[in-house]
Structure formats: structure tokens, C-alpha cells
Ligand binder design. Structure first.
Ligand SMILES: [Zn+2]
Length: 172
């Protein structure tokens, strides 16, 4: 396995018991739910995932993600590339009851016995890390009329990432 290639699935329990560390990058194109929230699917995410057992013997997954994603500037309605990063600590659980008893330091990660889709975890964490609204750092179009035809149509086509996130949460 090249150090830049992440396995599609891993056995999360075995990886935790063996304190495995995965490092590599993943194309944003491979995360369709994330792409739906972006202006385009260019770019990759740099990934570091450390599987471990903590001092209390909980199986955990500590992760760090860094990516640049293309969002829509809410001021000028043009694409803006934003760095996003995420650090997270997940505690592996098999059911809701275990999730509720998990130490507060961890977010629950529901795992089946032997298979965890690595891209799903990364995608979920990136979606949670997206800013609700994106702006150019020095957006010069603050007062641009919103009815300027090209920009206005682009804005109409793209869903507001925040709206989509709300919908996802309600579904859950
Ligand atoms: Zn702008």
C-alpha cells in the first residue's frame, strides 16, 4: 500500500487494537454528499487517522483532515476557495446505548463488526466542518446588485450549504 492511498474499508476494531495509523489523501470527487454542498469537486483532502485504545480501553479513532474546497461567496456569488480543517475524536460503539454511555470527549462512531468505509467517516467530518457561509477575504463586490444576470443565475443554481445541512439533520 502506498502511503498516499487509503484503504476503502478497514476493520475498525482490529485497527484500534493494533494502534494503526492511516495517512494519505482522498479525492473530493469520491464524496458525493460533500460534493453536493460545493461549487465543484476539485481538490483532495489530506487525511490522518489514528486508531487506538484509550486508557479506559475504549476503541477510538482520532482524526485530522485538511482540505481546500470551493464554496460560493455569499456576498458576490462567485466561487471562493476555502481551507477547511477538522480534528475529531470518535469512540466506536455498536448501538445507541453504548453511544449514550460514551465519555463526552468522544463523538460516537457506529461500527459494524469488521468493516468501516473510510471515505464515509472523512466525508461526514468534512460536511460538519464546512462554514455555514463563505466569503472572499477581501470581497470587492459587496455592493454588486444581485440582479446582475450571470451572477444571479449562478446563485440560483447553487443550494445554500446551510440549507442542505439542515435538511440532513432533520432526516437523521
Ligand atoms: Zn466574494
Amino acid at each position: 500500500m502506498s502511503e498516499h492511498t487509503l484503504p476503502k474499508t478497514v476493520d475498525p476494531l482490529k485497527y484500534a487494537d493494533q494502534n494503526k495509523i492511516l495517512e494519505g489523501s482522498l479525492s473530493i470527487k469520491l464524496m458525493p454528499r460533500l460534493v453536493e454542498l460545493l461549487v465543484d469537486s476539485n481538490g483532495t483532502v489530506d487525511v490522518k487517522l489514528e486508531f487506538d485504545r484509550d486508557a479506559q480501553n475504549y476503541r477510538v479513532l482520532n482524526g485530522e483532515l485538511n482540505a481546500k474546497v470551493t464554496l460560493l461567496c455569499q456576498r458576490c456569488l462567485n466561487p471562493v476557495i476555502k481551507p477547511i480543517s477538522s480534528q475529531f475524536a470518535l469512540g466506536m460503539v455498536f448501538d445507541d446505548e453504548q453511544a449514550q454511555n460514551l465519555p463526552r470527549a468522544y463523538e460516537p462512531l457506529l461500527v459494524s463488526l469488521d468493516s468501516l468505509v473510510v471515505a464515509d467517516v472523512i466525508e461526514e467530518e468534512l460536511i460538519l466542518s464546512l462554514p455555514m457561509f463563505a466569503y472572499h477575504d477581501n470581497c470587492h463586490n459587496e455592493h454588486a446588485p444581485e440582479t446582475e444576470s450571470d451572477d444571479f443565475e449562478k446563485g440560483e443554481e447553487k443550494e445554500n450549504p446551510f440549507d442542505v445541512l439542515s435538511a440532513l439533520k432533520i432526516k437523521d
